[in-house]
Design a protein around this ligand. Structure first.
Ligand code: GCV
Length: 749
C-alpha cells in the first residue's frame, strides 16, 4: 500500500526543534493509524471512502518524478475544447530528441485528454514535429517564421481544407521545447485553437549546476543523495538522471554540470570518463548537454605532471589530450565550470597567473569541439582582516575580473553570482555585471535554498531574482538591465546566459519539498524569458502542479509570492545579510558568527549602530565599482533604498528610514511581522483542506507548522540580541528581556 504520509524524519536544527519534532511525530502517528485503519477496514468501508474522494475530482498527489509534468486528466468539460486537436502525430526525423518529443506528446495527450495519438504520415489531422527545414520540405506552401536557435513555433493551420498542427524549430531541441509548451498550455486549460505562437529563448546558455560529490553527498543539497554518484563512482541505475533531464528540458534548460565546483580531480581520470559517458547518454534524448566542474590543479593532482601552471606548454597539452579523450566518448560534451583560487581551491595565483590565463588554456583545448568554459567570479580571500574597516569581500570579484576584461577567449563565460557576497536573502546586483563589457558573462542563481531556509521553509526566489535581472546598471547613462548584460544582448558578445545551482537529489520531489520545486521551475522559465512576471511563473507552476481550482491557484500563488519577504523579515531585513550561522549550518540564527573572522560577511553591529560602510566617502569604496548613476543612488543616504541600507551604510540604531521608522524599531517590527506572516502560512494552507489531495495536504501542513516555530526562534534570537546590543527598547514593549549587555558595553567604551 502506498504510504499515507511522507515522513522525512525530524527537521534539522535540533536545538530549537524539540516541540516541532514531537508534533510532527504526533502527526505521523495519527496518519499511520489511519493508514492502519485502511488496511484493516472492511472492503465496503474502503470503497465508500474511495468513491467519495474520487467524486471530489482532486488532482492526484504529485508523483516522485513528474513534478510539474503530472499531466492530470482534465475533467470532461475542460477537455472538450481540445476535441479539434489532431488524432495523429508525425515526426519528420528520427533523432533521439525528436523521438522524446513524440513520446512526450503522445503521453501528455493521453494522460490529460484520454486520447491516444496514432503515428501517421497523413498530412491531414496530424501533429507535425520537425525542424523548419524539414517542415518546408513536407509542406512547401507553409509560410515559416524566422526563429533563432532553439526557438519554437506552434501553429494550428489548414491548407486546402487539410488541418494540421505544426511544432517546429530550427533545432530538434526546439521542437521538444515546443511540445512541452503545448502540453503546459493544455494542463493550464489555455485555448490552443488557431494557435500561432513563436517563442525564442532570451539567452543561448541555460544551464544548471549540481554540486554533487563522488561519494554521493551533495554540497548544500537538501533533497537527498546524488542522482549521479554513489560510493565514489557513477550509479549503476541512471533512470533518475534521465528523468531529471526530462524535467530540465521541459523548462528549456540545455546544459547540466553534474559535480561539485569544489571538484574532485578524479572526475577526469581515464577510467571515470566512460562512467560519465553513461550519464551523458541518459541526458541526450532530452537535449541536455553534460558538463563537468574541474579542479584547475588536475594535471598535477592526477599525478601526470609536476605543475598546473596554465602558461606551461605541458599543461596546455595535458588539457588538450584530456578534452580530446572526453569528446571521443561524449561528442556533445558541453564544457567545464571552474572554481579556482576560492575557498581553498587551487588556482592560477599559485604561479602568479591570472584567471584569464587559467580560463584560456582550458578554453583552447575545448574550442575545436565547440566546448565552453564557465569561469566563476566567486574568487575572494577568506582570511580578510576583520579589524580593517577598508577590507571588503564584496569588492573582490570586480577587483580581480574587471582589469581582465577583454582578455578572455570567446568561448569563456564569466559566471557571476547575483550579488557580490554569497546568495544572501537580499543583496544588490553584483557590480561586475557592468564591469566586463568585452567578455561573455552569465548570472549564477542559487535554486537550492542554502541561505534561504534550506527547503524546510518556504522561500520562492523568483521575485528576488527578478529584482536583480531587472536592475538597471545605467551604463553610459542608458538603460542596461542586468538581464540584457548576462544574455549577451548588449555589447554584441556572442554568448551569455544563466546557471542555476539546483542540487536535486534522490528524495521524492527532487528538492526535498514539493513547494520548493517552484524555484527550479521558475529558474528555467526566467532563463527562457526573464521578462515573465513572478506572478505568471508561479501561476503556471501551481496550475501544472496542483490543478486549476481557483482557490488552490490563488492561495498557493499568494503564499509563494509573499514568502521571500516573509523570510527576509525574520532573517535579515534592511540588507544586513542573512543573520545566520555563517561559520556553521547557514540555517539557524547566529548573528555574531559572521563577525571577528576572515570570511567577510560582516554586518558590523555594535552598541551604537549597524551596517557595513561601503561608501566611497568614508567606507570600503565598494560603491565606486558601479557605473556613476548607480554610485550616486547608493552613496547618498537620501536615495539609498531602505531595503539595502545596511549593506551600504553603517548607521546609528536611531537613524530614521524613508519609511519614518528608526532602524531599531524596523528590525523589531519586521521580525514580529515576519513571524506572524509565517504563522499565516499555516492558516492559508489549512483553507486548502479538501481542495488539494490529502497526501500532499498532509505532507505540507507540518512543514508550515515547523516554519512558524522556526520564525519565532529567529524573531526572539535576533530581537534579544539587538536589544542587548543597542539597549534601545521596543516601542511596543514586546522584548522583555532585561539588558545589561549594552550598558556594560557603553561603560567599557
Ligand atoms: C560549493 C558558498 C557555499 C559553498 C559553495 C560556495 C561556492 O560559500 O557555502 O558551499 O561551495 O559558496 O559557491 O563555491
Amino acid at each position: 500500500m502506498k504510504k499515507f504520509v511522507r515522513w522525512n524524519g525530524p527537521p534539522r536544527g535540533q536545538k530549537y526543534n524539540a516541540r516541532a519534532s514531537s508534533e510532527l511525530a504526533c502527526d505521523k502517528h495519527v496518519s499511520m493509524k489511519w493508514a492502519g485503519c485502511f488496511r484493516q477496514a472492511p472492503i465496503w468501508f474502503s470503497i465508500a471512502i474511495f468513491c467519495s474522494v474520487g467524486s471530489l475530482a482532486l488532482p492526484a498527489a504529485e508523483s516522485d518524478t513528474d513534478a510539474w509534468l503530472r499531466y492530470s486528466a482534465l475533467d470532461a468539460s475542460s477537455a472538450k475544447q481540445y476535441d479539434q486537436l489532431p488524432t495523429r502525430v508525425e515526426v519528420l526525423d528520427d533523432s533521439p530528441v525528436l523521438k522524446s518529443a513524440q513520446h512526450e506528446l503522445i503521453e501528455g495527450i493521453s494522460r490529460m485528454l484520454g486520447r491516444t495519438l496514432r503515428a501517421g504520415s497523413d498530412r491531414r489531422d496530424v501533429f507535425l514535429l520537425g525542424t523548419l527545414a524539414e517542415m518546408h520540405q513536407r509542406i512547401p506552401g507553409l509560410k515559416l517564421p524566422e526563429l533563432r536557435a532553439e526557438g519554437y513555433w506552434l501553429k494550428a493551420d489548414q491548407i486546402s481544407g487539410e488541418k494540421f498542427f505544426v511544432i517546429a524549430s530550427s533545432t530538434d531541441r526546439g521542437v521538444l521545447y515546443g511540445v512541452f509548451a503545448l502540453l503546459s498550455k493544455i494542463a493550464r486549460r489555455e485555448t490552443v485553437t488557431n494557435l500561432d505562437d513563436a517563442e525564442t529563448p532570451y539567452a543561448p546558455l541555460r544551464w544548471v549546476n549540481q554540486w554533487d560529490n563522488l561519494d554521493g553527498s551533495i554540497e548544500r543539497g537538501y533533497g537527498g543523495p546524488s542522482i549521479f554518484f554513489a560510493d565514489g563512482k557513477v550509479r549503476d541505475d541512471l533512470k533518475r538522471a534521465g528523468d531529471y533531464a526530462r524535467l530540465l528540458a521541459s523548462i528549456g534548460i540545455n546544459g547540466c554540470t553534474i559535480n561539485n565546483v569544489n571538484a574532485d580531480p578524479r572526475i577526469l581520470r581515464d577510467d571515470f570518463i566512460p562512467q560519465i559517458k553513461r550519464i551523458a547518454d541518459a541526458f541526450r534524448p532530452w537535449g541536455v548537454q553534460l558538463a563537468l566542474s574541474v579542479d584547475l590543479g588536475s594535471p598535477k593532482a592526477l599525478g601526470d605532471l609536476d605543475t598546473f601552471d596554465p602558461l606551461d606548454p605541458k599543461v596546455a597539452e595535458w588539457w588538450k589530450k584530456k578534452v580530446d579523450e572526453i569528446y571521443q566518448q561524449i561528442p556533445n560534451f558541453g564544457g567545464f565550470v571552474v572554481k579556482a583560487d576560492s575557498e581553498g581551491q587551487p588556482g592560477p595565483s599559485t604561479y602568479g597567473r591570472t584567471p584569464a590565463d587559467a580560463a584560456n588554456v582550458i578554453a583552447r583545448a575545448l574550442k575545436p569541439h565547440g566546448g565552453l568554459v564557465f569561469y566563476r567570479a566567486f574568487v575572494y580571500n577568506h582570511h580578510l582582516d576583520w579589524q580593517d574597516l577598508k577590507a571588503d569581500r564584496a569588492k573582490a570579484a570586480y577587483d580581480i575580473f574587471h582589469p581582465l576584461d577583454g582578455k578572455f577567449d570567446d568561448n569563456v563565460i564569466i559566471q557571476i553570482k547575483n550579488g557580490p557576497i554569497d546568495f544572501q536573502v537580499r543583496e544588490p546586483a553584483s557590480p561586475l555585471f557592468a564591469g566586463v563589457p568585452h567578455t561573455n558573462e552569465g548570472i549564477e542563481l542559487q535554486i537550492t535554498q542554502e541561505y534561504t531556509g534550506q527547503q524546510r521553509q518556504l522561500c520562492f526566489l523568483v521575485p528576488m531574482w527578478k529584482e536583480v535581472l531587472d536592475f538597471d546598471m545605467r551604463i553610459g547613462n542608458e538603460a542596461t538591465p542586468v538581464k540584457e548584460l548576462v544574455a549577451g544582448r548588449v555589447f554584441h558578445r556572442p554568448l551569455g546566459g544563466f546557471a542555476g545551482v539546483a542540487n536535486v537529489g534522490m528524495d521524492a520531489n527532487w528538492l526535498g519539498s514539493p513547494l520548493a520545486m517552484a524555484n527550479l521551475y521558475g529558474f528555467g522559465r526566467l532563463a527562457w524569458n526573464p521578462n515573465l512576471s513572478a506572478e505568471t511563473i508561479i501561476e503556471e507552476w501551481t496550475r501544472q502542479t496542483f490543478g486549476n481550482d481557483p482557490l488552490v491557484v490563488h492561495t498557493i500563488d499568494a503564499m509563494q509570492l509573499s514568502s521571500w519577504h516573509t523570510y527576509e523579515n525574520y532573517t535579515g531585513p534592511l540588507g544586513t545579510g542573512t543573520l545566520t550561522f555563517i561559520t556553521g549550518n547557514h540555517y539557524d540564527p547566529a548573528p555574531e558568527s559572521s563577525e571577528r573572522n576572515g570570511w567577510g560577511q560582516w554586518h558590523r553591529a555594535d552598541h551604537n549602530g549597524i551596517g557595513m560602510d561601503r561608501t566611497m566617502a568614508t567606507g570600503t569604496g565598494f560603491i565606486g565599482q558601479y557605473p556613476p548613476a548607480v554610485q550616486k543612488m547608493y552613496e547618498s543616504l537620501d536615495t539609498c533604498p531602505d531595503n539595502l541600507l545596511l549593506f551600504f551604510h553603517h548607521v546609528p540604531y536611531t537613524y530614521v528610514l524613508h519609511s519614518g521608522k528608526t532602524v531599531i524599531q524596523y528590525i523589531y517590527d519586521s521580525h514580529y511581522e515576519g513571524a506572524e506572516q509565517a504563522a499565516g502560512l499555516v492558516a492559508q494552507w489549512k483553507t486548502l483542506r479538501g481542495h488539494v489531495d490529502q497526501q500532499r495536504y498532509n505532507d505540507v501542513l507540518p512543514r508550515f507548522e515547523y516554519q512558524a516555530k522556526e520564525a519565532i526562534v529567529w524573531r526572539d534570537t535576533i530581537c534579544d540580541w539587538i536589544y542587548r546590543l543597542s539597549g534601545i527598547p521596543d516601542q511596543k514593549g514586546r522584548i522583555r528581556q532585561a539588558s545589561t549587555f549594552a550598558a556594560d558595553l557603553r561603560r567599557a567604551s
